[in-house]
Design a protein around this ligand. Structure first.
Ligand SMILES: C[S@@+](CC[C@H](N)C(=O)[O-])C[C@H]1O[C@@H](n2cnc3c(N)ncnc32)[C@H](O)[C@@H]1O
Length: 403
């Protein structure tokens, strides 16, 4: 049975019953369960149901347990899909622009299409891969959104997007070969970024999802660039068109908390103060460290490092504050002695501008007899010199800073 036939069989009554049966299967149970089920069901169908159950379990981290259990996935599809938190935020942005219909070009298994439809937007969801289209269709139906999502199997470069209020493109950013590594060159995306920018410029509104590491020089002048993190992890960057050209912003989820750049010059470098602020990754990628530094009345510890230091403790959603207790040149023996003296048992290692492996340092520096105390060590550079800053999270009273 090919992949498409095997997926279609999962949608039959027998396939659905099998999916229910294997829903909570653990890897250790697979062999025994498969052997039992194969007595009464085709072996192909049993394998497809078990593989789908595994994908659903993996997808729960992105889509939440309740949706993931009803949805369908392919291995690539779950890997490349936009998580619900991010897709929902984007759908709300489209909605706020007054968009009522979107051509979702490169829809995959439908991560974005689903969020758009749930925001009440009607979606043309296009993908060139037949199995992926079937899965997207099944997802729209499983979630009761098939009235708002039309799935079309086509090459996106051949789709007329004129009838839609907006275009969204989420190009494939993985190589096709075995292992399918990430692609860093935007022109190697499928379709290439230059095609997507052309499509965006021809639309009333558009958003293009891109890798967060995109060099700022590659961002077109007409774009409004947004970097998004969720729970402190940077997830993606988006180029918006038809909004505010040249805008740079960081969006932190949950929230959202949105920081918009004001074109501030780089912050001054200053001596390490009582507090160290670690900006959120989206803030760093959006080059908005200066905005955070201004908010906390701080400066940089080094001109090449995105740590902000200040003598003032201020609440900000855009950075995590630490109170610094010690500053010393990088030296594992000294660190070990200090941790022993302070009876440290929990060591969090953070680094910027250091090649040291955190795990290795933890192994070497933590005392054999673990004490009750916790410390964070920052491995970094101060005025060019490899430095260790020790401290612990500081908890400013909230309410002082706005979004
Ligand atoms: C990153 S995934 C999209 C994920 C989707 N936004 C989601 O949240 O589920 C990219 C998709 O683009 C499709 N694709 C790549 N090039 C295409 C093209 N020229 N035409 C149509 N689809 C294409 C791939 O088949 C893949 O499913």
């Amino acid at each position: 049975m090919n992949d498409l036939a095997s997926f279609s069989s999962l949608l039959s009554a027998e396939g659905q019953a099998l999916l229910d049966d294997v829903r909570d299967i653990t890897p250790g149970q697979e062999l025994a369960v498969a052997t039992r089920l194969r007595r009464d069901h085709p072996a192909d169908l049993v394998s497809a149901a078990i593989a789908q159950a595994r994908l659903r379990q993996r997808a729960a981290a992105k889509f939440g347990e309740a949706d993931a259990r009803r949805m369908y996935f392919t291995a690539n599809g779950v890997e490349q899909a936009t998580r619900t938190s991010v897709a929902t935020h984007r759908a709300q942005e489209f909605k706020a622009l007054g968009v009522r219909s979107v051509a979702d070009l490169c829809c995959g298994i439908g991560g974005d299409a689903i969020a758009l439809a749930r925001a009440g937007i009607s979606v043309l969801a296009v993908d060139r891969d037949p199995l992926t289209c079937e899965v997207a269709r099944a997802n729209a139906q499983a979630l009761g959104l098939d009235g708002l999502i039309e799935v079309r199997e086509a090459d996106v470069t051949e789709v007329d997007t004129e009838p839609y209020d907006a275009v969204f493109v989420d190009p494939a950013r993985r190589g096709g070969g075995k292992g399918g590594g990430r692609i860093f060159d935007p022109e190697a995306y499928s379709p290439p970024l230059s095609w997507a920018v052309g499509a965006a410029l021809g639309a009333r509104h558009a958003a293009l999802k891109i890798a967060p590491g995109i060099p700022h020089e590659a961002i077109p002048d007409a774009a409004d660039a947004e970097w998004i993190s969720d729970g402190g992890d940077v997830k993606e960057a988006v180029l918006w068109f038809g909004t505010e050209p040249g805008r740079m912003r960081a969006t932190l989820l949950p929230g959202p908390r949105a920081l918009t750049g004001r074109g501030l010059p780089d912050p001054e470098v200053r001596s390490v103060g009582r507090y160290l602020y670690e900006p959120d990754g989206a803030v760093i990628r959006a080059h908005l460290v200066a905005d955070v530094a201004e908010e906390v009345a701080g400066g940089l510890i080094d001109e090449t490092i995105a740590y902000v230091t200040s003598d003032t403790l201020r609440a900000t959603p855009y950075a995590t504050a630490y109170e610094i207790t010690d500053r010393l040149p990088f030296n594992v023996k000294k660190l070990k002695a200090l941790l022993r003296e302070r009876e440290v048992g929990i060591l969090t290692v953070k680094k910027r501008g250091s090649a040291v492996e955190p795990e290795e340092l933890r192994r070497k520096a933590l005392p054999k007899r673990h004490g009750p105390n916790a410390v964070t060590v920052f491995l970094t550079r101060v005025a060019g010199a490899p430095t260790m800053l020790l401290g612990s999270p500081a908890h400013p009273a909230t309410g002082g800073a706005g979004s």
